[in-house]
Design a protein around this ligand. Sequence first.
Ligand SMILES: Nc1ncnc2c1ncn2[C@@H]1O[C@H](COP(=O)(O)OP(=O)(O)OP(=O)(O)O)[C@@H](O)[C@H]1O
Ligand SMILES: [Mg+2]
Length: 290
Amino acid sequence: MADRPDGGGKARSQVHNPTLSRISGIATPGWCLHHPGSPRWGDGDGRARDRTLSCVIQVEELRKTYGRVDALAGVTFAVGTGEFVAVMGPSGSGKSTLLQCAAGLERPTSGRVRLAGVEVGELDETGLAALRRERIGFVFQAYNLLPALDVADNITLPLRLAGRPFERRQAAEAAARVGMADRLTHRPAELSGGQQQRVALARALITTPEVIFADEPTGALDTRSARQVLELLRDLVDRSGQTVVMVTHDPVAASYAHRIVFLADGRLAGQIDAPSPELVAERMTKLGDW
Ligand SMILES: Nc1ncnc2c1ncn2[C@@H]1O[C@H](COP(=O)(O)OP(=O)(O)OP(=O)(O)O)[C@@H](O)[C@H]1O
Ligand SMILES: [Mg+2]
């Protein structure tokens, strides 16, 4: 486990997923539900604040089966608007599957997902694509950058797909936020894994999405870049009220979140509020092999 100021991690196995897709459709205005979780968290400047929030994500009895594998075996939880939640669990415990189902990238075998006020199961593919495009940012475990596009074009791709006007300056600003300002004209193949990961994050943030799902966003980063990314994610929550759900294997990375949800064998296996790296590491050892 790294010290928090040196937060970071190792390169991890990659999972493929489809990237950004079709245009059009609509997103409906929101459900407003109260978070059933614990009552308070720190708000970044030391004060506690009330966690009586509307929920931006609710998953209910979520199951996802691949052949004989129960990737998710009945997961129910909610994430409040403006909350930063880390998802942890052993390899194969269903973390990526949970993120992809919660983000509307995968259809669950059964169960419900409400995301940004929308009952995801009721959307057709066009509606789903619109929801993802307009309200959601997703950082894939495998980055999923388009190899033929340079960094600037990869970052602004969601804006282009959405038909939103933009200037190249926006790509430069987004790249600068993740320390990639000097690589705008490079292709993904000319970048290291960690650099690609940061470009993928910049791409996910370019539309200012309400909810950011990030699957091991620091997995390939050195400790300094990892800290930069984690501070950026925390800042989005603290300053902009955006919601972040992040998968990580690193207790230090997880300690940037308000709350950690643990998965084991496709099921929830507990949670920690206001996590410290030490507490997380202790809980991880109790969950068995990682
Ligand atoms: N497309 C797929 N087809 C078949 N099985 C799959 C597929 N995607 C995931 N699985 C299986 O579902 C289970 C959960 O996979 P998932 O990728 O969600 O795990 P994870 O917790 O993200 O693991 P890691 O930490 O290694 O990324 C695993 O047993 C995996 O083999
Ligand atoms: Mg995964």
